[in-house]
Design a protein around this ligand. Structure first.
Ligand SMILES: Cc1cc2nc3c(=O)[nH]c(=O)nc-3n(C[C@H](O)[C@H](O)[C@H](O)COP(=O)(O)O)c2cc1C
Length: 207
């Protein structure tokens, strides 16, 4: 089959694009608002873009709380997602108002970072402490802003749980990483699995 994206005539029940650009690592982004409220959310439009210096990026589809916070404070942490944290990571993706602390919502502990204000998720295998270098507003072929924001940050500090280092290497088998596929699909150490995203309205119908 072949389809032109402008015509959206793939004839499939769901858009296959994200299933093709997969697996994607998940940047589990912690930030802090100007008022000091911690925020946590997963972003699978996430990757490394340079290694000298170490730069990572994530893309917010719309201007989400993480972007607002980082615009105000200039700092974030990209937490590593292991299988043990998959359910909590999913919970933290809830579309909660920006005064809600997703650490508390997902029952997660916080550990202070060394060089930046946002905390890391307690117990993660690794975390990248970042200072924002750029916010890019991607455009389409007509030059129109598509509505998303790419946040690029320089990694200024790297936390690694010592237990994850074997033979001098960060061992991804030990770290039991989870990656994002398309649709509701994920891939972890036990193979493929699915998770449905929580919705704030489902749990808070009056809000
Ligand atoms: C595994 C996973 C990956 C996600 N990746 C993205 C992404 O790349 N970009 C995005 O805008 N939202 C993504 N989301 C949705 C956000 O996590 C969600 O909108 C969240 O509420 C944003 O939080 P914030 O407003 O606190 O930043 C993802 C959700 C999940 C569960």
């Amino acid at each position: 089959m072949f389809y032109e994206t402008s015509k959206r005539d793939h004839g499939l029940p769901h858009d296959p694009f994200k299933a093709i650009v997969a697996p994607r690592p998940i940047g589990w982004i912690s930030s802090v608002s100007a008022d000091g409220i911690p925020n946590l959310a997963p972003y699978s439009f996430f990757n490394a873009v340079s290694s000298r210096p170490d730069l990572v990026m994530f893309v917010s589809d719309g201007v989400k709380d993480s972007v607002t916070n980082i615009r105000q404070t200039g700092e974030f942490v990209a937490n590593y997602v292991s299988a043990e944290f998959a359910a909590a990571m999913n919970e933290s993706s809830i579309d909660a108002p920006n005064d809600v602390n997703e650490f508390e919502l997902a029952g997660l502990g916080r550990e202070p970072s060394r060089l930046v204000a946002p905390p890391r998720v307690a117990g993660v295998a690794a975390a990248l402490e970042c200072r924002m270098t750029q916010m890019v507003e991607p455009v389409d072929l007509q030059g129109n802003w598509v509505g998303s924001v790419m946040v690029i940050g320089q990694v200024v500090g790297v936390y690694i749980d010592d237990a994850m280092i074997r033979d001098g290497r960060f061992d991804v088998g030990f770290a039991r990483h989870v990656t994002r596929m398309g649709y509701r699909d994920y891939h972890g150490p036990e193979g493929y699995f699915q998770m449905q995203r929580p919705r704030w309205q489902d749990d808070n119908p009056s809000k």
